[in-house]
Write a protein that binds this ligand. Structure first.
Ligand SMILES: Cc1cc2nc3c(=O)[nH]c(=O)nc-3n(C[C@H](O)[C@H](O)[C@H](O)COP(=O)(O)O)c2cc1C
Length: 245
């Protein structure tokens, strides 16, 4: 690559740009599924999109375990039930009852589960992982986000189920000890795409305003120059204001 020449990179045409933001803003974690199967070509596109995520040193540490077998999904569901009960002990009433009333998975209704794993040993030397060993897991999460967004534009819902003990999940799926199950995902046609995160509409937790999360030129202190208009722009860049589809 000749780095002396600057390359003109076109931005997307308006409708495509909006479609990308639409996938981002209308992606939801889904727990209510129809049992209809996902066509192979659709599932294949979604998995390819995941495989094209970024990864540290181009390590590509992921594997995808695709599960249709209901007996295996039943075991995952039983594991979820045990962990859900265990987790409920850490809440006081009335939060505990509210937690137990939430639907936090769709393992048996969704026709396919996908377990995305991270193999720490995928490459002997990983460019860029030295200082932060967890970058392999971060990379796996990038693949998962690709999967989530691709699924949304295919009309497929994805629900991430993390209320599962990795050790037991390893046993159920026969995952070797050096491979970490990062995500157990339920995929299927949703009965609805919720407008808001379900935890927000259920009164569990609200989306935070972004402004207090922004730190200019450092965590605290006076920002340098060049930021005068950014916070106004941020206020105007809410999904509803910028990207009506
Ligand atoms: C790492 C991770 C683990 C999650 N685990 C669960 C889970 O076990 N059960 C569940 O119902 N949702 C789970 N979620 C979904 C979150 O609750 C959801 O992303 C959040 O409430 C925001 O909603 P949204 O994804 O619809 O925008 C998980 C999400 C992430 C990123």
């Amino acid at each position: 690559m000749d780095e002396s020449k600057s390359v003109e990179i076109e931005n997307f045409p308006d409708s495509e740009r909006k479609a990308v933001y639409r996938a981002i803003y209308e992606r939801r974690d889904i727990r209510h599924f129809r049992t209809d199967p996902i066509p192979d070509d659709v599932l294949a596109r979604i998995i390819q999109a995941a495989h094209h995520g970024p990864s540290v040193g181009f390590m590509q540490p992921w594997d995808f375990i695709l599960i249709k077998n209901p007996q295996i999904r039943e075991q995952a569901k039983a594991l979820f039930e045990r962990e859900r009960q265990a987790a409920s002990c850490f809440y006081d009433e009335p939060r505990r009852s509210q937690y137990l009333s939430l639907k936090l998975e769709g393992i048996m209704e969704a026709p396919v589960s996908v377990c995305v794993t991270c193999d720490y040993t995928r490459a002997d030397e990983v460019l860029g992982r030295n200082a932060i060993p967890e970058t392999d897991v971060y990379s796996t999460c990038c693949a998962i986000q690709n999967l989530w967004l691709a699924a949304r534009c295919e009309g497929i819902g994805v629900g991430w189920v993390s209320i599962l003990r990795p050790r037991q999940l390893r046993n159920i799926l026969g995952i070797p000890a050096h491979v970490l199950p990062v995500a157990y995902l339920c995929l299927g046609y949703p009965t609805q795409f919720y407008e808001q995160p379900m935890l927000a509409s259920a009164g569990w937790r609200e989306r935070q305003p972004v402004d207090p999360l922004i730190h200019l030129d450092g965590w605290s202190g006076e920002p340098g120059s060049g930021w005068d208009n950014f916070l106004d722009a941020l206020g105007n860049a809410t999904p509803s204001k910028t990207e009506p589809i």
